[in-house]
Design a protein around this ligand. Sequence first.
Ligand SMILES: [Fe+2]
Length: 387
Amino acid sequence: MISEFSLEGVRRTVFGRGSSAKLAQEVELIGGGPALVVVDPNVLAAGAAETALKSLEAAGLKHEVYSAITREPEPAEADAAAEMGKKLGAKVVVGIGGGSALDLAKAAAALINNPGSAVDYVGLDLLKKPAQPSIMVPTTAGTGSEVTFTAVFTRRADKFKGGMNGRLLYPHTALLDPLLTVSCPPYITAVVGMDALTHAMEAYTSLAATPMSEMNSLRAIELIGGNLRQAVTNGENLEARENMLLGSYLAGLALAQAGVGAVHAMAYPLGAFFDIPHGEANSVLLPYVLSFNLIACPDRFADMAYALCEMPENLTTRDAAEVCVEEVMLLSQDIGIPGSLDQLNVPQSEVPAMAAKAMTVARPIANNPRKVSAEDLENIYREAFAG
Ligand SMILES: [Fe+2]
């Protein structure tokens, strides 16, 4: 844990069943319309954005919907959304959906006020002017995108994957309505839930962890460990959905402060080279990276085990730490996460290129609790093939 830290992030959080009906109220609080509303097309089709959009109509707030969003969006999509926002004179940008829609909304809010296109700002703190205030309404639990300063893009033509990052990208408001996550299908619930668990665990073991990120991580692990199976197996279990959304939000707060680690670095090439969704890539890699990291901080792993599941009494720290890894594997199996990279149709011949690429994902590699070399990453990938 670091002994010096600064704290910033999302300014306002509104949580509760049915709270998406308060969208208009929240837009008014930060400047009113016109509002650019970036909505995932599947969410739109499933009707999950209906309550939020109706509240804007009922309040007579001028708004336009941008929904031409692909899975793991291209940077050009953010440029197009920003263009729509500029024409509209948007004072507020709203994102409704999973990580892709929220990232796109954050990027569009920034690009309305900064010249050029999304690719010009891939890196850290490159924006010059504050983004338009934004409201994030997640429909998955989740990416944590509602509270982070990152917008990730994939450019398939040249296998580019990179993110706009920086303090000026923080959303203004996180509007968290568990009812919106009920329509999320079981497999997506499983992989995004494991992504949230990865955020919590990588933040807890990060070399940049802080007292606040630690609290948020452990509570997130507890909530996800106690509710992910239930949310996957019965999507209408509202208590499980509510706890998962809270867990994913807390994990997002932890990652916004402490960063992530080698799982996320290694997931990047899987997305860039083979178009594997972020949550799925992290889900498959998590147990293998945990096994590798364990000896660097067994006490932290023991803490995570006690948060994650019921524990037998009188365990040594090392034994408790091993339970953490075993329990993550069991959770993965229970909720139908693929057990190996083979099952994702990744060619094993690409391991050296993937490891080399992962080593370039600088901050997660630097924050990982165990120092890693390209050779280490190759070994972890190979273990993830063996399953
Ligand atoms: Fe993630």
